[in-house]
Design a binder for this molecule. Sequence first.
Ligand SMILES: C[S@@+](CC[C@H](N)C(=O)[O-])C[C@H]1O[C@@H](n2cnc3c(N)ncnc32)[C@H](O)[C@@H]1O
Length: 272
Amino acid sequence: MSAIETWGEMVRVEHEQSDRMRGVRPTDTWTQFASQFKADPHRTDDAVVEELRSRMMHGETLLDVGAGGGRLALPLALTCGTVTAVEPSPSMCAVLRETAQEYGIANVSIVEAGWLEASVEPADVVLCSHVVYVIEDIGAFVRKMDRHARRMVLAIVFRSSPLSYVYGLWEQVHGETRHALPALPQFLPVLEELGISAEVTELAEQPRREFDSFEQARETIARQLYVSPGTEAMGRLERVLERALQDEGGVWSVEGAQRPRPCIVAWETGGR
Ligand SMILES: C[S@@+](CC[C@H](N)C(=O)[O-])C[C@H]1O[C@@H](n2cnc3c(N)ncnc32)[C@H](O)[C@@H]1O
């Protein structure tokens, strides 16, 4: 199997398992999580924003593919030319729109569509942060980003998929191995297969996923494992969490969870 086929198969199998566990796939999978993607565009302590800023030239335009609630698009809009945010989730678009309005940021336009369906003009820089893990047709997705970048593509990808910290819990609750989504180790061979020569920069490890209480951890992790309140699976999850969660002075986390390590995968397009 080629790297592109392997990637597509990993996403397909993971989605199939998710759909089997949750019953019906909701039209907007981000409704319960979108508010977590709101961030102050004027924050000065975000190393990822500063790293991205340092790679953009004054006045350049930006296309943010899968912009979410504007965690990166909005701070970058303060220092670059226009920003086009392509985002298919209505709940994420609502957070993005509200935050832009709240901070009076007017140079961001939102295209509410998936990347492969979106009709947009090219920009100097194309950014795509923590999106690729769920994209089945990764070849077409990356090629379109490449075609729409006049100067450079910046993809931010974790070394392992964002929810890998609950994969072990999945197995204990559902009695089957969780199929992993692809991440950086599978992304680089995909680029190679597409003839793209990219440079990888490791960013600082991010904090572990932490919770304010046992109940908050249980609710969040239940949603991530597709476990509903009042079910047998919830009983199993509670028993598993009693062993798996650690409480360090009121800060709760999953024991042994790795700190996620994001990387910037960058390539110049030179208007290819
Ligand atoms: C984990 S969030 C990341 C949001 C933002 N880039 C960030 O780093 O904060 C992933 C986002 O990718 C979006 N997404 C999923 N499939 C997409 C697609 N086919 N085209 C564009 N965006 C997509 C989701 O709706 C979601 O907002």
